[in-house]
Design a protein around this ligand. Structure first.
Ligand code: UP5
Ligand code: MG
Length: 215
């Protein structure tokens, strides 16, 4: 008899929104807005990996450092475990919910590859929606080089940025396309000022029924 494995969390209890977009498209910046107004718990896969990289006793520190510098995608087992555990930890602390009583998770910068999307939805939780920040490379490059003056991120240099762009186009865009085929994508033009982009995001997600939470 074959055993059907259930995902760790059910979409009846939590809402998962993926936030995708190229490097520098504004995922982290707009996450702050979405956390404030929509009661999201924000989980950035990149931030979780950078924290694991410097965690004392981590067996993955050197591996993560080299992957990030090269703009390559870290093996998904590591990232999915970090995300799944961070979700469980957040739920244990009884986070705010939407009107439907469900906790809301904004997963920033993941999934970056088709097999990651499938694996996450099978083992952690199916997603409700993908918010895609669409931004031209010239705009993203300018933002990242400026941030690189002070960020201290190993990958905010011209060479790493070039590699990140390439991986995004070749490997991560197919994830957006696959979710588009499922009619789950809200695509937003991510050029212009932060407030302008956020206004478009609010309008876009409202069309899919996602509304702010009253404070
Ligand atoms: N800025 C933002 N919006 C602006 C606007 N509208 N106008 C003007 N400036 C704006 O923004 C970048 C900069 O632009 C900031 O200085 C901001 O003020 C300004 P930010 O909001 O940080 O953009 P974001 O899209 O979050 O850019 P980030 O660099 O974080 O994107 P990446 O996708 O490259 O980074 P991430 O941390 O997700 O991943 C890094 C690496 O980790 C990957 O390359 C990969 O090696 C690894 N990784 C995995 O292996 N697996 C994963 O699942 C995730 C990551
Ligand atoms: Mg980010």
């Amino acid at each position: 008899m074959s055993e059907t494995k259930q995902p760790r969390f059910s979409p009846q209890d939590i809402t998962v929104v993926f936030l995708l977009g190229g490097p520098g498209s504004g995922k982290g910046t707009q996450s702050n807005n979405l956390v404030r107004d929509y009661a999201f718990t924000h989980l950035s896969a990149g931030d979780l990996l950078r924290a694991e990289q410097v965690r004392e006793g981590s067996q993955y520190g050197d591996l993560i450092r080299s992957y990030i510098k090269e703009g390559k995608i870290v093996p998904m087992e590591i990232t999915v475990a970090l995300l799944s555990n961070a979700m469980a930890e957040a739920l244990a602390n009884k986070p705010k919910t939407g009107k439907d009583g469900k906790a809301r998770f904004l997963i920033d910068g993941f999934p970056r590859k088709l097999d990651q999307a499938v694996f996450f939805e099978q083992t952690v939780c199916p997603s409700e929606m993908t918010l895609f920040l669409n931004c031209p490379e010239e705009v993203m490059e300018k933002r990242l080089l400026k941030r690189g003056e002070t960020s201290g991120r190993d990958d905010d240099n011209a060479e790493s940025i070039r590699k990140r762009f390439r991986v995004f186009v070749e490997t991560s865009m197919p994830v957006v396309t696959a979710f588009e085929e499922q009619h789950k994508v809200v695509s937003v033009e991510a050029t212009g000022g932060v407030d302008e982009v956020y206004q478009r995001i609010k309008e876009g997600v409202a069309h899919k029924g996602l509304l702010p939470v009253d404070n």
